[in-house]
Write a protein that binds this ligand. Structure first.
Ligand code: EPZ
Length: 417
């Protein structure tokens, strides 16, 4: 298993380029199942979760041609409308093929995702939404089986809690349903809007994506398209935190500042100097940071996927900060590892109380989930001495060449196998 060896203390200077968004590329790849024609996706990040989704598409019978960040998917015939356990167990987002498979073939057999480090991660809301569109869903032997022998029909779906992939799943089912669908309490994440843009290019009729109410007019079939994935706001936000913590002067290029308003506001309030450099860059110059409370919320609130990285930054801020995680039930694993590096953090249920500023010291630590691992990299960048992070495959799930990007901005970080 690969490890990262990081010598702390370097300021980050220069430029870092943002990759395409993993959480937009995943539903976009699943959407390719909705047509037998070729779909070309650009700016696909080469990360583990994407490779898992590509294997999943292959398993269904689709042809997947990968040229760097460009992926051409042709789902000419769906031989196996299923997502097997050995693929789903490594990536919960495999449930994104549920809606497209039922819409395209009238049936789907998808392994239940099983929990992961940050929580139980059920897909009950996905299932309930598909049942409203006329799918009959049973669950047995760890699999969800959905059938819609006479196709799906439009309905009004009201999510009783906001779910990002739940919204994406039912959106992809609705585009081929007979009649109109209204999705209420829909997720407003930019990745939902990006998926809707792709589906519209494929011939779908969608209004309101990005708002809480999405209207879909079902069509008979979709055709091929070419689409470039939006920038990864979580990767860009991770580098913003890195720049703020290391006191450097970092330009993050190829990002969408509009998607990072909540984080930018918090870091500016904490004392970081962040400016937009149109059309698609953010500049961050660190300085002395002050503690600022934060609560995660669905978009456009502060992203839960940036909570761990923000906690790392608050260990370097003067004062007490209260960080509240409202989306997942167990998303503070990084706190234990940060404490081993010298951070002063107290966990009280959904709230973490961080007392800064504490000097962190390099230590051997273990990555747990994707974003927790990113927060350990950030902490290691400012820690005194050497940090070795084990199980970096967690990081490789969602960050493209993070060590290369950080090293070329001045960090002392190496991957050792
Ligand atoms: C998406 O996961 C992202 N993944 C996650 O990013 C992100 O943390 C999350 O949204 C929240 O923003 C992708 O887009 C591939 P949810 P998702 O459904 O859709 C509960 C990363 O680091 N829930 O919005 O799975 C759920 O347990 C990953 O890139 C149900 O109870 O998240 C959670 O508490 C991690 N039943 C809450 O809703 C359901 O059927 C929000 O989950 C679905 C969800």
């Amino acid at each position: 298993m690969d490890k990262f060896v990081i010598q702390g203390g370097a300021r980050l200077e220069g430029q870092i380029a943002t990759s395409g968004a993993k959480n937009s590329a995943l539903p976009a790849l699943a959407a390719c199942l909705l047509t037998e024609e070729p779909v070309k996706l650009m700016r696909i990040p080469r990360v583990r979760d994407i490779r898992t989704m590509e294997k999943l598409l292959n398993h269904t019978g689709a042809q997947v041609d990968i040229q760097g960040g460009q992926v051409l998917v042709t789902s000419g015939r769906v031989a196996r409308p299923e997502a097997p356990y050995d693929l789903v167990k490594t990536m919960r987002a495999s449930s994104l093929v549920l809606g497209p498979l039922v819409a395209r073939t009238g049936r789907a057999r998808v392994s239940m995702p099983g929990g992961c480090a940050i929580g139980s991660r059920p897909i009950n809301l996905h299932v309930a939404a598909l049942e409203l569109l006329g799918a009959q869903v049973t669950q047995s032997h760890g699999y969800v089986e959905a059938v819609a022998p006479d196709g799906l029909r439009g309905a009004t779906v009201t999510f009783d809690r906001i779910t990002v992939t739940g919204t994406e799943d039912v959106l992809m089912a609705a585009v081929l349903a007979r009649g109109d669908t209204i999705i209420e309490n829909a997720a407003r994440e930019p990745e939902v809007g990006d998926l809707a843009d792709l589906l519209a290019k494929m011939g779908a009729k969608i209004e309101g994506a990005g708002s809480s109410t999405i209207r879909v007019q079902g069509v008979g079939r979709l055709h091929g398209a070419t689409h470039t994935i939006i920038a990864d706001r979580i990767e860009a936000g991770t580098f913003l935190c890195a720049g703020a913590m290391t006191g450097g002067d970092l330009l993050i290029t190829g990002c969408i500042p509009e998607h990072l308003r909540a984080l930018i506001g918090k870091l500016q309030h904490a004392g970081a100097d962040i400016s937009e450099e149109p059309p698609d860059a953010l500049r961050v110059r660190g300085g002395k940071l002050r503690a600022v409370d934060m609560t995660t919320e669905e978009y456009p609130g502060f992203a839960t996927d940036l909570q761990a990285q923000y906690m790392s930054a608050m260990t370097q801020a003067e004062g007490i900060s209260f960080i509240t995680e409202t989306i997942f039930e167990n998303r503070f694993m990084h706190a234990q590892e940060l404490m081993r590096m010298g951070a002063n953090i107290r966990i009280e249920g959904r709230q973490a109380v961080v007392a800064g500023r504490t000097e962190l010291t390099g230590s051997p630590v273990i990555a747990s989930d994707l974003r927790a691992s990113a927060s350990l990299v950030l902490a290691a960048l400012v820690a005194r001495g050497e940090t070795v992070i084990d199980r970096v495959y967690h990081i490789d799930r969602g960050y493209e060449k993070i060590e290369t990007k950080l090293a070329q901005a001045g960090a002392s970080i190496q991957r050792v196998t």
